[in-house]
Design a protein around this ligand. Sequence first.
Ligand code: ATP
Length: 194
Amino acid sequence: GSKIIGLTGGIGSGKTTVARFIENCGFPVYYSDDRAKTIVNDNEDVKNKIKEILGSEAYDENGMYDRKFVGGKVFKDDRLLQQLNQIIHPAVRIDFEHWVSQQTKYLVFKETALLFELKLNLQCYKSILVTAEDNIRLKRVMDRDAKTYREVETIMSNQMPEKDKIKLADFVIFNNTNLDDLEEQTEKVIFEIE
Ligand code: ATP
């Protein structure tokens, strides 16, 4: 089978940008967040379980997942958030295993914000962390999204500290400068893994 390389980083670190560079090098990338967003709409078993814990309003009149509603419900209810994650995370894991089994490349990459939090690194051959200074990440996210400084700061403070992730990662990419530098570092890491 393929060797799985975990790719992670906090909000605005540049992990998606790195994932695109990896794809440009010819390696497949599984985007966990994107797949999760598809799964909550497409997987009937998941949909039913979510409605059981959050009510039928978790889906709109077109049967589409109502992210705003769900977010509002789990925002201040940790137990409910955990229940939701216990529905979504195993479904993503199964989806990933299916995806991996279809890959033919010897190296495949799994992009996920929660690599270390969910201990998914233990199922990976190697892990790559993309990191950058907090103020740089803040600025990049504010430029990209319609989010306030406070909103980004709150998300950042709820994620695992960068220093802890740096200790756990096999490779660390410091994304504090420009995209050319980021691409060069990405290629260097792939070369070292190969
Ligand atoms: P999130 O978890 O919030 O989705 P991410 O870790 O996937 O973030 P990206 O979306 O790759 O991060 O990058 C965040 C933003 O910063 C994007 O708009 C991206 O184009 C930009 N960016 C990333 N790296 C650099 C860089 N070195 N120079 C300039 N802009 C960058």
